[in-house]
Design a protein around this ligand. Structure first.
Ligand code: PLP
Length: 305
């Protein structure tokens, strides 16, 4: 691996074609089917105060996604880990959004057979990007439950982290049209599933509930479920993974969304109506505090070396 030092890495660093380059120099071939067909899987892990958070859980999910898409790489898990560390090191960032991508690659000339492709690995580290900034999280997000239906899990497996985002992006525009800041989408049965880059939780009648199926198994979701189970007795809650109907969501005492790009983010308005008291609630705040505290815990985080 060689490093191009001629250009600035302050905006981020990427691994492309076996090299670490400044993010502005990173480009993929236009014929890569990751670009042409969204034939790719990816993951996003973050670095907070110089430490990767739950990197192994992200690598596990990435490997599971690749296996489901019948992709393989000549780089092993340790090699990928080293590349991610190197991207962050090159960028010099303490707080980073780190993406790793496996694409189908390019088809042989004249071929439409994905088995002919050589799968490709790309990665990059850029400054941390928030679904909602810490300031914004203090007042909570305003959400619209969109009429755009989430792509069916029978069509695109949502547990494989993927770039099939047209429904999520249409949902976002729908939310803007309804004077909301972001969107949640529902499945064919009308149960709320997830939004553009996040899972959703509701606190309702002694239960912390999050949708079980039709969603990406978010690492932040997993962390919130673990914290919820640990704090359950103290909070007077039990944790349930099951369908979340619209009516249960809107009548919840608290709602929050979870993402690597922002953590545990309170939702205080849905479709123009206040959730609970209209301010971030105690369960959300406790889970959020515990989530960020885990970032210093070596059982869940490792320093960028
Ligand atoms: N759901 C979708 C569709 C996502 O794209 C993401 C993350 O980008 C999430 C949920 C949250 O997953 P995580 O907590 O692993 O960031």
């Amino acid at each position: 691996m060689t490093m191009d030092t001629a250009l600035s890495y302050t905006a981020g660093a990427a691994y492309v074609g076996g090299q670490i380059v400044p993010i502005a120099q990173a480009a993929i071939p236009i014929l890569d089917l990751g670009f042409l067909h969204s034939d790719a899987t990816y993951d996003v892990v973050h670095v907070w105060n110089g430490r990767f958070f739950r990197l192994d859980a992200h690598l596990d999910r990435f490997e599971r996604g690749m296996a489901k898409l019948r992709m393989s790489l000549p780089i092993d898990r340790d090699g990928i880990r080293e590349i991610l560390h190197e991207c962050v090191r090159a960028s010099g960032l303490d707080n980073a959004y780190v993406e790793l991508i496996c694409t189908r690659g390019m088809a042989a000339p004249g071929s439409r057979d994905p088995r002919d492709c050589v799968n490709q690995f790309y990665a990059f580290a850029v400054p941390f990007a928030w679904v909602a900034t810490p300031e914004h999280q203090k007042r909570g997000l305003s959400v619209h439950v969109s009429s755009v239906q989430r792509i069916a899990p029978e069509s695109v497996d949502p547990t494989v982290k993927n770039y099939h985002w047209l429904d999520l992006v249409q949902g976002l525009y729908d939310a803007y049209d309804h004077d909301a800041e972001t969107a949640l989408l529902s499945d064919a049965e009308g149960n709320v599933v997830e939004g553009p880059g996040f899972n959703v939780f509701a606190v309702t009648a002694g239960v912390l509930v999050t949708p079980k199926s039709g969603v990406l198994e978010g690492i932040t979701r997993k962390t919130a479920l673990e914290i919820g189970a640990q704090l359950g007795v103290e909070l007077g809650l039990r944790v349930e993974e099951r369908a979340l109907p619209y009516g249960e969501l809107t009548s919840a005492s608290e709602v929050f969304v979870t993402s690597t790009a922002g953590g545990i983010m309170p939702v205080t308005t849905i479709d123009g109506r206040a959730i609970g008291a209209g301010v971030p609630g105690p369960v959300t705040q406790k889970i959020g505090a515990q989530y960020w505290a885990m970032h210093e815990d070596p059982r869940y985080s490792e320093p960028v070396d």
